[in-house]
Structure formats: C-alpha cells, structure tokens
Write a protein that binds this ligand. Structure first.
Ligand SMILES: [Zn+2]
Length: 168
C-alpha cells in the first residue's frame, strides 16, 4: 500500500498501544520506513514505466526485476523476529507484520485496492482523532471539538518550536 496509509495505520495502532518516544521510533521504522526500498527501485521503475506509474497500487510491472527488498517478504520475518528477540521487544515484529500484511492484502484483492486502501486510510485517521479527542476530554474535562482542534494546533506549534530551538 502507499506509504501514507502505512503511516496512518502505524499512528493509529501506536496510539492504541500508548507508545513512548523510543517505541514510536521503533514502530515507525518497521511499520513505515521499510518502504524506503522502493526509493532504490524508483529510477529503474520510472524510466521503464513513466512517472504516472508511481500512483499504481503496486510497482510490480511484471518485469521480474526487484522493486522491494527481502524485508517485504515473509522471509524478512526471520530478520525482524531475530531483532525482536534480541531486543526483547515485540514492537518490530508487530509493526513489520502489519506492514507486510497490508501489502499482502492489497495484492490479494488488487481489483478492490482503491476502496480498501481508502477505507483503511480514512478509518485510521478518524480513529486516531477519536482516540486523541477522547484522551483530551478525560485529561482536560472539556468537551468541544473546536477547543480540541485548537489544543492540537497549539501542541504542534510548540513541538515544532521546541525541536527547532534544540541545538545538537
Ligand atoms: Zn510496503
């Protein structure tokens, strides 16, 4: 599936699991960043198929040429499983498994790829907002959407300001 969909799914599940800062890093690495292998396949794919082919649901152009790494195959589970055991942390396996499952789902139901992906994208975005809203109601005691949205906006602004002022 498209990388933004992987991202919204990871955020949704990460919120459900109450991840901390380090866990978010692991979750996003194994749930989203493994799509980076597409970047290496990009030049060859675009020169063979043209830029418009980027929006195709899969990049498998039947050329038999690799467009994603072993990390996208079930066998990648050995690598990720090994890391999970070594780190005593199930998160890599969970988020990697979700990623591979989503890609499998898409290939399996390729003719319904667009409606399935849209449903997942919208569902997880709405779900993430709902979780955030619910937690905000509990912690602040307030109960209006507009106050919640301005609270979200403020926290985005302060986190940008804070990260922007950090000196390495
Ligand atoms: Zn992928």
């Amino acid at each position: 599936m498209l990388t933004p969909t992987h991202l919204t799914v990871c955020v949704f599940i990460g919120l459900l699991l109450h991840l901390n800062r380090n866990e978010w890093f692991v979750a996003l690495t194994f749930g989203v960043v493994i799509d980076i292998d597409h970047v290496f396949a990009l030049p060859r794919y675009v020169s063979d198929n043209g830029w418009s082919a980027i929006l195709r649901p899969t990049w498998d152009d039947a050329s038999g040429l690799p467009w994603r790494s072993l990390l996208h195959e079930p066998v990648g589970g050995f690598i990720v499983g090994y890391l999970s055991i070594g780190w005593r942390l199930m998160l890599p396996l969970i988020f990697w498994g979700i990623h591979v499952f989503m890609d499998w789902l898409q290939n399996e139901f390729i003719e319904y790829s667009t409606p399935i992906e849209s449903a997942i994208l919208i569902g997880t975005v709405v779900g993430s907002f709902a979780i955030g809203y619910h937690r905000w109601i509990v912690s602040s005691g307030e109960k209006t959407w507009s106050r919640y949205l301005s609270h979200l906006w403020m926290s985005v602004r302060t986190s940008i300001a804070r990260n922007g002022s950090v000196t390495p």
